[in-house]
Design a protein. Structure first.
Length: 81
């Protein structure tokens, strides 16, 4: 059961849509403003990977100002983290 994440291009609300099966018909509108102008976004992972002893555990984030307001970058630990 994939959960897809979307962003409304009109009001910039982020929301998720749960798809129970591929034959299911899902209404693709913003739950805040009912706009149909939406785009799918890449969702972040909801799990972490074990790291070597002595390495920092858990995800970290960095928030900064950017042209669209604020932007956040998430660093997920793992083999290359």
């Amino acid at each position: 059961m994939p959960i897809y994440e979307f962003k409304c291009l009109k009001c910039e609300t982020f929301f998720e849509i749960l798809v129970m099966n591929k034959s299911e018909s899902v209404e693709m509108v913003c739950p805040e403003c009912d706009a149909e102008e939406i785009e799918r976004v890449i969702s972040t992972t909801s799990h972490t990977i074990n790291t070597a002893p002595g390495r920092k555990q858990g995800a970290t984030n960095q928030t900064r100002n950017c042209s669209s307001g604020s932007c956040t970058t998430y660093t997920i630990p793992g083999p290359n983290g």
